[in-house]
Design a protein around this ligand. Structure first.
Ligand SMILES: [Zn+2]
Length: 228
């Protein structure tokens, strides 16, 4: 629920017909603007933000939509992979593994800052998380501590996996951090969201520690500056 003005339903719906191409969102978390953007638009907004993007295979149609819903979308989730080696990391995130089929995210951000698109639609990245956190993300309020795993996050979050060992020592190169900032800002800009719609996996699901090596508060600060 939003705390600001309560828009009547009509003002939510009005931009749907008129607004294609005009992305001035007001009812950003409800109504039309919570619909996932198309794959083509996703690619375009990432590039428009300055990201270096590579398309991997048939990423536009590689998803888990056959097992569950995709959308409405409410935010962006950042992860680390606990892997080493860019090619192997991209392939793992595209294919997944026996217990967790791919895609494991939408974009893989390798150490060099390249964004590899491996899937689009529902992806196995967020898993079950805390409904109180989802409500806070929707309202763009400060996040409560995640202490429940009761809500499907794969439905509601764009996901980026970032190549890093996740041991707190493996460095995060500047190019990679810039790319994380760019892709996050790109999605927020499209949907009319603030940096508060970008969370780490560790803020969503109890027991998760990713991303490790920088704080989400710091990343959100960079995204906020970029969105000004
Ligand atoms: Zn994760």
């Amino acid at each position: 629920m939003r705390t600001r003005s309560r828009s009547p339903p009509l003002s939510v719906q009005a931009p749907v017909g008129a607004g294609r191409g005009r992305r001035r969102a007001r009812s950003t978390k409800e109504g039309a603007m919570a619909s996932p953007m198309s794959a083509g638009r996703f690619l375009a907004v990432l590039r428009a933000e300055g990201a270096t993007v590579v398309e991997v295979g048939d990423w536009e149609h590689h998803n888990r939509n056959h097992v569950g819903a995709w959308g409405p979308v409410h935010g962006v989730m950042i992860h680390h992979t606990v892997t080493k080696g860019s090619a192997a990391t991209v392939e793992l995130c595209r294919k997944g593994y026996t217990d967790l089929p791919g895609p494991l995210c939408h974009g893989v951000i390798t150490k060099d800052g390249t964004v590899h698109l491996v899937g689009y639609g529902r992806a196995n990245h967020a898993g079950l998380g805390d409904d109180d956190v989802l409500r806070a993300v929707i309202a763009e309020k400060a996040l409560p501590v995640d202490n429940e795993a009761n809500t499907d996050g794969n439905r509601h979050f764009y996901g980026f996996e970032c190549e890093n060992l996740g041991d707190g020592e493996d460095p995060w190169p500047a190019a990679q951090l810039t790319a994380i900032e760019q892709v996050s800002a790109a999605v927020c800009r499209y949907h009319g969201w603030t940096e508060r719609s970008v969370i780490g996996h560790l803020e969503w699901q109890p027991g998760k520690v990713d991303p490790r090596g920088f704080t989400m508060a710091w990343l959100r600060g960079r995204i906020r500056e970029r969105l000004k």
